[in-house]
Design a protein around this ligand. Structure first.
Ligand SMILES: [Zn+2]
Length: 239
């Protein structure tokens, strides 16, 4: 897999990495359609279901490490724009399971490079939970779908129920940035004992970091000593 942009192309990205022999055969022989342009994809890129043209044209962030208040380390490989934005929106839709899974595989590959040493990796991966109302309407939580390939690739256990959203919040994208922290404050509670743990929050897109900040607050209240944020995309100006 040749990742353009800031991700080194020669480390740990071969599709046969960490797979069983049967998985290798199935995946390496598998031919599929690109999730972004429907063109046939073969070989190494088939695992991602992304053709090399679409892969190269994604809006890669030159600096995927972000500064966010209350977060010890925040990482997002793609800008929330163009094809990446469409990909995230598709992952939210009822039929977006494949889109979510493949975006999760791409995120997992970039994170494996960003965290090359297992000793630096969080010990728990917690997707941002949806409110029960939104989950009923959507049918799936796209953050949890993204998290599954990341948990497998980085060998970090997923705590899908470690945090609950205790009240419904408005769609933050509809609010002015200055109002988002207040809108989401106190929206989460941790239900797991996280004393001393290094925890990663996983989301599809980070904008102001208000949601992650509120969730980090709940995680620290449960004893987490370090909180990371892993997002597929970031709605920030590219630098
Ligand atoms: Zn394509």
């Amino acid at each position: 897999m040749d990742y353009p942009g800031p991700v080194p192309a020669d480390r740990g990205l071969h599709p046969c990495h960490h797979l069983t022999v049967i998985d290798n055969l199935w995946r390496c022989l598998f031919t599929s359609l690109c999730v972004l342009c429907d063109q046939e994809v073969r070989g190494h890129n088939a695992r991602l279901q992304l053709c090399r043209w679409c892969l190269a044209s994604l809006p890669w962030l030159s600096r995927p490490d972000l500064e966010l208040p209350g977060i010890d380390r925040a990482f997002a490989p793609l800008a929330y724009e163009g094809a990446a934005k469409n990909w995230v929106l598709e992952a939210k839709h009822a039929g977006g399971l494949v889109a979510a899974r493949t975006l999760g595989i791409l995120l997992a590959d970039t994170l494996a490079d960003a965290y090359p040493f297992s000793s630096e990796r969080p010990e728990r991966l917690i997707p941002v939970p949806l409110s029960s109302r939104r989950l009923r309407r959507r049918g799936h939580n796209q953050a949890a779908l993204l998290a599954a390939p990341v948990a497998r690739r980085l060998s970090v256990p997923m705590g899908r129920r470690d945090v609950r959203r205790i009240r419904h919040t408005p769609v933050l994208a509809d609010l002015p940035p200055g109002n988002r922290v207040d809108a989401v404050r106190g929206a989460f509670t941790a239900t797991a004992d996280l004393v001393g743990a290094r925890v990663a929050i996983l989301d599809d897109v980070v904008t102001t970091g208000a949601t992650a900040g509120a969730m980090a607050h709940a995680l620290r209240a449960a004893g987490a000593r370090e909180v990371h944020l892993w997002a597929a995309t970031a709605a920030i100006h590219r630098t």
